[in-house]
Design a protein around this ligand. Sequence first.
Ligand code: PMP
Length: 462
Amino acid sequence: MSASTLPNATLTATYEAMTPGSARLADKARGLMPSGLSHDSRHFDPYPLYITRAQGPVKWDVDGNKYVDYFGGHGALILGHNNPAVTAAVHAALDRGTHFGACHELEVRWAELITQMIPSAERVRFTSSGTESTLMALRLARAYTGRSKLVRFRGHFHGWHDHMTSGHTNHFDGTPTAGVIRGISDNVLLCDPNDVEGITRIFNEHKDIAAVILEPTGANFGKMPILPSYLRLLRDLTRQSDTILIFDEVVTGFRVSPGGVQQVLGIIPDMTTLAKIVSGGLPGGAVVGRKDILDGLDFKVTKATGRERIYHPGTFNANPVTAAAGVTTLEIIASTDVCARANAFGETVRRKMNDVLVEEGVKWSVHGSYSGMHIFTNPGGDDIDPHGFDAAAYISQMIDKTRGEGVTGQVRMGLLVNGVDMNSGPSGTISATHGEEEMATTVEAFRSTIRALKREGAITPA
Ligand code: PMP
């Protein structure tokens, strides 16, 4: 069933007619878990989809509906769902045992691959998530510099631990979010992305900055682009002041290129945080970087130099099943053109979706870089050209996620009832398995969505 087979139904009514099984599960879940959810980004009105199975670029819900998937395991699945080599490696690891409580050979191979692929990676410490990676990166930077402050950029996401909450979706003035104490938020300095004056002022006013962290293509994988010239400025400012520059490549690492953004731009941070692809679609992460900084974790070096060592356990760090998925995934990325293929699909799908906007006379834009796409619904009603849209000029509008909220939900709904799943941006990440068929489905789903929204009066053509 799709919106086109129910021409007069509202998108929501169509969704409800398609997904009774998801409705039943959501109802039960709400009585068991807050909002019935395990991750905020799965929140969706009237209820989220419940998925049973996925393969390559597609997945199926409990009612048997098929979707082209751009959620992509929250960006983890550049090889698509169930890559046969990764699945085989995981099965083999399961057969050998899921946890040895000991060092094992695969983690050594995994770390070796990471150091070969990521330019800044002289040393690797595995964690169990991206959140843990940014937490450890900050601790290492503070221990190394003996300083307190962390500089972050409004809109950028680095996981959910206490230092990373203000200024992501709210509390843009830096005040603490619910449950975080002021002592922590007082040590976080927020800056607007690409604000040269702002960052220069911060560095002039504060001599106590341990680290600067950012998503190097900009917040939400390039939705709010960071200019390469700004990355260079940050590299210069941090180098001059012996401040640690951390690239959060949890999404971009092994995606925009085998060596991440740093390889493409030739701007090498002091530390890099990794998760998602590094773990081949299973839970895991890593913090990597300069040897002298990661030496803060080293038994021998800290003893020899009189530095206090940073304690770092973690039951599932580098567990053998994740390591098997990670090694196999990185070997495929290093030896094939998967990143380039996903990037090429991204460029084409963005262009074709923008062609739809032009044909339909809608002044929105589908923008992004590499294997990302973001639908900008132009809440200010500006006279924009879908193909020539300058997302960097709209960052302050995009940071305020309440703007245009209603229509972005309807776009997502329209795409779902036409067989395409994106996140609530709506944004999508692309895998190397997305091909011609998915391209055609996506472009037509977008066209049907735009037309349905016109019928429902949610958009008026220019
Ligand atoms: N940093 C970035 C840039 C991310 O996108 C994410 C997750 N979306 C994280 C950190 C946190 O990673 P995790 O969900 O594994 O904790």
